[in-house]
Design a protein around this ligand. Structure first.
Ligand SMILES: [Zn+2]
Ligand SMILES: [Zn+2]
Length: 390
C-alpha cells in the first residue's frame, strides 16, 4: 500500500505531491492552534467548516489512491493507511461497516495536549471529516461521522460513530490557477545558509507515519496535510466571518495562529537533533538562524519565499513567489481585493520574535508587526511582507 503514497517532489515549485495532492508539512502545535482558533469563534460554526473541508478534500484524496480491482477490505485498508502515512494517527477500521471506528494515536490530540491541556474536550473534528470523505470514497456512499469518546477528554481511545446519510458527499470544487509564478531571480538573501543543501536533505528525509501513524521529527509531531484542506477551511472561515462584518477579526486570528506556529514550532525545531545536524553548523551570526528557518519552511512545501531585505533585530522584508494560501485562493475563488496569506504574514513576525526576542515566548508576542502589502490574490506578481518592531 505504501508505494501508492510515494513522494513526488517538484523541485522548481518546492511542492510535495502525495497521491496526486500537494501536501504541506506543519506540526501538531499549528494544526491544533488553527482548529482551536476556528472552533472558538462563536459567530460561525467552526467545527462544520473543518469537517466539511476535510470531507471534500479527502474524498478526492482517497479516491486518488484507490485502484481498480481493490476489494472492500483493501479499500478500507487504504483509508487507514493514508491517514497513518500522512501522520494523523492510527485508525482501527475493522468495525466500520458496523458503524464504529476507533483510534489510539492522534496527531490532533497530541497538539491539544501540548497547547490546550486544560480543555479536556473532544478534539478530533478533523478526523470526523476525514472519515466522512474517506469512507465515502472507499464504500461508495455518504456517511455522517461523530466522535463520542476522545483521548483528549480522558478516554482511553477516541471512538467515532459512523451513520449512513442522505446528503451527497461534498466535492472539492476548484479550477487550476491561471497564475504563473515569476522566476526566482537570485536576489534572495541567505546569509551563511546553504538553502539548497537544506531542501535536498529534507526531501531525502522519510517523513511518513510510523507504526503509530505519527511523524515525530524536529522535536514536534509533523503531519503532511493537503494544501487544499488548509485553503478550503481558511477561505470558508474568512468568508463566513466577513458576512458577519468580522473580516478584520478573522484576519487577525489566522495571522496570530501563524505567529504562534513560528514561535512554538520553530523553537522546537531549533532545539532538535535534526537542526543541530543539518543547520546549526552553517550558523555564524544570529540572523543565519532566520535564514535557516526560511530554508526549512521552503523544504516543508509552504512555497518559495525568500528574504529580500533584512536589518537584524529591526526590519525584515520577504517576498513569496507561490505560497499555498495565495495559489489556493486563486484556485477556489479567483483573485480578490485583499491579501490572503495570513499564515505567512504571522510567521514573518513570529520568526523575528523567536530569533531576536528575549524572555518567555508569551512576552515576545506582538513585539513585531507584519503586514502583507501586496498579494498574488490581488494580481500582484508575488506576495510581499514587511515586518517591523511594534
Ligand atoms: Zn479524539
Ligand atoms: Zn499573498
Amino acid at each position: 500500500m505504501r508505494e501508492r503514497f510515494a513522494l513526488q517532489y517538484k523541485a522548481d515549485e518546492h511542492r510535495r505531491m502525495i497521491g496526486g495532492k500537494e501536501t504541506i508539512i506543519h506540526c501538531h502545535h499549528y494544526n491544533a492552534r488553527l482548529q482551536h482558533t476556528i472552533e472558538h469563534v462563536t459567530d460561525v460554526d467552526g467545527a462544520k467548516i473543518i469537517r466539511d473541508s476535510a470531507e471534500a478534500v479527502f474524498a478526492e484524496h482517497v479516491a486518488n489512491v484507490l485502484e481498480e480491482g481493490d476489494d472492500e477490505a483493501t479499500r478500507l485498508a487504504a483509508v487507514g493507511a493514508l491517514y497513518a502515512h500522512l501522520g494523523f494517527g492510527r485508525l482501527e477500521l475493522s468495525r466500520a461497516a458496523e458503524g464504529v471506528v476507533t483510534s489510539d494515536q492522534s496527531h490532533y490530540v497530541e497538539g491539544w495536549q501540548a497547547g490546550f491541556s486544560e480543555t479536556q474536550r473532544k478534539a478530533c473534528t478533523f478526523t470526523e471529516g476525514y472519515l466522512q470523505g474517506a469512507l465515502a470514497a472507499a464504500l461508495g456512499r455518504p456517511f455522517s461521522v461523530r466522535e463520542h469518546k476522545c483521548m483528549n477528554a480522558g478516554d482511553d481511545r477516541c471512538e467515532f460513530t459512523v451513520d449512513a446519510r442522505h446528503e451527497p458527499v461534498l466535492r472539492n470544487d476548484k479550477r487550476p490557477s491561471d497564475f504563473h509564478p515569476k522566476a526566482a531571480d537570485g536576489h534572495g538573501e541567505h546569509g551563511n545558509i546553504d538553502e539548497q543543501a537544506i531542501i535536498d536533505a529534507l526531501v531525502q528525509m522519510p517523513f511518513m507515519g510510523s507504526d503509530e501513524g505519527l511523524i515525530p521529527a524536529f522535536g514536534v509531531y509533523l503531519a503532511l496535510t493537503p494544501a487544499d484542506f488548509y485553503n478550503l477551511m481558511c477561505i470558508q472561515f474568512v468568508e463566513q466571518m466577513r458576512a458577519k462584518g468580522l473580516f478584520r477579526t478573522a484576519q487577525r486570528l489566522l495571522t496570530f495562529a501563524g505567529e504562534t506556529c513560528a514561535m512554538n514550532t520553530f523553537r522546537g525545531i531549533m532545539a532538535s537533533a535534526e537542526w543541530d545536524a543539518l543547520i546549526a553548523p552553517m550558523i555564524q551570526h544570529k540572523e543565519d538562524a532566520l535564514y535557516g528557518l526560511m530554508a526549512l519552511s521552503n523544504g516543508f512545501g509552504w512555497g518559495n519565499w525568500r528574504v529580500t531585505e533584512h536589518r537584524p533585530a529591526e526590519t525584515l522584508t520577504i517576498e513569496s513567489l507561490n505560497g499555498y494560501e495565495a495559489i489556493g485562493h486563486r484556485e477556489y475563488r479567483g483573485s480578490c481585493d485583499d491579501p490572503q496569506c495570513f499564515m505567512l504574514c504571522g510567521v514573518s513576525a513570529g520568526m523575528m520574535e523567536l530569533v531576536y526576542g528575549e524572555g518567555l515566548l508569551e512576552d515576545r508576542f506582538g513585539t513585531f508587526l507584519s503586514e502583507e502589502n501586496q498579494c498574488i490574490c490581488t494580481d500582484a506578481p508575488c506576495c510581499h511582507f514587511e515586518v517591523e518592531p511594534a
